[in-house]
Design a protein around this ligand. Sequence first.
Ligand SMILES: [Zn+2]
Ligand SMILES: [Zn+2]
Length: 273
Amino acid sequence: MARAELTIDTHTHSNLSPDGNDPAEQLAAGAAANGLDILCITDHFEIPEKEDAAYRDLLQIRYHEVLQTRRRHPAGPCVLAGLELGGAIYDPAFAEDLLRRYDFDFVLNSLHHIFYPDGPVDYYNVDYRQHDAQTLLRDYFEKLYNQCRLGLYDALAHIDYPTRYMRLKGIDCPLEPLYDVIDPVLRLVAQQGKALEINTSGLFADFHTTLPGLEIVKRFKELGGELITIGSDAHAAPLVGRGFADGVEIARQAGFRQIAYYKRRQPVLVKII
Ligand SMILES: [Zn+2]
Ligand SMILES: [Zn+2]
């Protein structure tokens, strides 16, 4: 199994995310216990839910909490202030303003919501019996392309996000028939000089693959992609860093010789060894 010169997790959630369990302090302690060198805390901000108090009021708190954690643990893993920005396409001006107001180290680009006439719904909550799987995914990738075009991010998170829940519900969702809409996303991310995330959370679900799997990571490389980040998407301290070695191995098999993390929105390259 391949390793990297540093052990890194660039996708984690504290309890300031609606679905997170532990405070930033505990994530830092979990990162130290799991031997991490770099921990980036990327709590959610969902543009489609921006009127929700959880998002409206907590952004400032979560940002400062990460900075405080960093100050309190000067000898522990390097703690970086990230953000998982969901659904920028729903209000690009708001998203842009938000990124301008905070000095984040790293911004993940996510699309968690499908748009219904009566409002957006997280793919986690979608009733898949109401949809043709391929049509739903096609719409998702087309919208994701438009969101990437905004350029308001450093790494594209879990590019095949809806498949996480479709697979868990036993819905077959091959991606090959969708390469005509997936390749433009990968090509755009590569041309923008942004990173593709290997999200290791799926390794521990019933379907046992990273999001995305090796084939998509290979395509990213073939289409000119140069930057890969690896994140556990941990929502609890003991899970920080989980699957990192598998993520590095997939990056290596896809032809990458280094991975990246971000400081002050700039990539820092780390060799695969
Ligand atoms: Zn996400
Ligand atoms: Zn996440």
